[in-house]
Design a protein around this ligand. Structure first.
Ligand SMILES: [Zn+2]
Length: 400
């Protein structure tokens, strides 16, 4: 099941971190990013706060003993959880409630997270609930910057005005708001909010269609970012330390121009766009510069259309690649050497056939030479149609 009941009964079996006795669930604590259960150990009577097994907690257990000031489980989540519970924030947080249809039985999908990519990936779970759990109303809790991505078909949207940087904190007013809303429902379930769901169509979220390979335009887009640069990491660090960051941006700009120039020699009809965050350095007029200083709903929608128009998007690994890869024809994810452990976590696959997916989504080391990169890009763009014909001929033959 991709849901967990929390009302009228809390369905979670957990053991005490001190004595391994069974924990008796008592009540729900709406921490914010986490949904926690206040429990008591049936053996040693320790009061344990148990993280509901949804989101990253489906695979990483987190437990807190506030009285003893101890955390148990995954360090990167439990420690911050303990800190947040020790230091609740009393400032009122703004929450906007939109109700589209009323239901007695609801599923809550909580998308609050301190990483942008995690918020988006959690939200993608909405599609499966809308399509497969129609007996329940779906309530989506989203940070304000993600409101525009909520798909049609949900019952309610609760928009929380919380910044990413504050999303690990515990706001008492958030707990009060959600606890009070719970009174309206007979049965409440929480979505498992898997970190990497497989069933989704990104266009239902952005309302922007995916790339149409029938279009003749060949647009290649590079996704610019300034915090993780496409230059040698040692040089980048050295320049940053010596206050020469602008030189690092300039070098990245030069590399992108050089790449685009080489591609245009191979594919003269190609057009080029730079998108992304940060506007340092300028590009020549033959490269369309669509970078922004800050994203808002309008620029997000505009940029998704650019990705959809792009035959190929290229960018440095990170959550900045999710929406581009979800809409573009093909993707090159440039991998810094310390990011291989996060392989594929930033790519939204829009392809069912494994072989075609292998063709459309490529992962290349950041040290790759421009020559090798251009050879790969040339083959991706020029050989695509023939590759698809070869790979789908058997399927078409069977149908005919
Ligand atoms: Zn115990």
């Amino acid at each position: 099941m991709s849901i967990v009941q929390i009302k009228p009964y809390i369905h979670q079996n957990s053991q005490c971190p001190h004595c391994q006795g069974d924990l008796e669930p008592l009540s729900i604590l709406w921490q914010g990013m986490h949904i926690c259960i206040e429990t008591e150990c049936t053996q040693c009577h320790a009061k344990i706060i148990d993280d509901l097994k949804v989101g990253h907690a489906t695979v990483l257990n987190n437990q807190i003993d506030l009285e003893k000031n101890q955390y148990f489980g995954s360090e990167w989540l439990s420690q911050a959880l303990l800190n947040s519970l020790k230091n609740p924030i009393e400032d009122k947080i703004n929450i906007t409630k939109e109700i589209f249809k009323s239901s007695e039985r609801v599923i809550i999908l909580n998308c609050i997270d301190f990483l942008y990519g995690h918020c988006l990936l959690k939200l993608l779970n909405a599609q499966s609930h809308i399509d497969n759990d129609s007996d329940y109303g779906l309530i989506v809790i989203v940070p304000k910057f993600m409101r525009w991505l909520v798909p049609d078909g949900v019952s309610e949207i609760w928009t929380v005005d919380i910044k990413l940087g504050n999303s690990q904190k515990h706001y008492s007013s958030f707990h009060q708001f959600v606890s009070q809303e719970m009174e309206r429902f007979q049965e409440v379930y929480v979505s498992k909010a898997y970190s990497h769901p497989q069933e989704f169509n990104i266009s239902r979220f952005t309302r922007i269609p995916k790339h149409d390979f029938q279009k003749e335009d060949v647009i290649v887009s590079f996704i610019w970012r300034e915090d993780r640069l496409w230059i040698n990491s040692l040089i980048a660090r050295g320049l940053k330390k010596t206050g020469l960051k602008s030189l690092a941006y300039w070098f990245q700009n030069w590399k992108i121009r050089n790449l685009f120039q080489r591609i245009s020699l191979m594919i003269p009809e190609a057009k080029f766009v730079v998108t992304g965050l940060g506007k340092n350095t300028i590009f020549p007029s033959w490269i369309r510069d669509e970078r922004v200083e800050k994203f808002d709903d309008k620029s997000e929608i505009k940029i998704c259309q650019i990705y959809s128009d792009s035959r190929l998007v290229i960018g440095i690994h990170g959550s900045n690649m999710l929406l581009p890869s979800g809409h573009a024809g093909m993707t090159i994810d440039i991998m810094p050497k310390d990011r291989w452990g996060n392989f594929a976590q930033d790519i939204l696959y829009a392809e069912q056939d494994e072989r075609i997916a292998g063709f459309r989504y490529r992962y290349l080391p950041d040290g790759i030479s421009l020559k090798q990169l251009v050879d790969i890009i040339k083959s991706m763009i020029i050989d695509y149609s023939e590759f698809i014909s070869l790979m789908t001929a058997a399927k078409k033959g069977i149908k005919n």
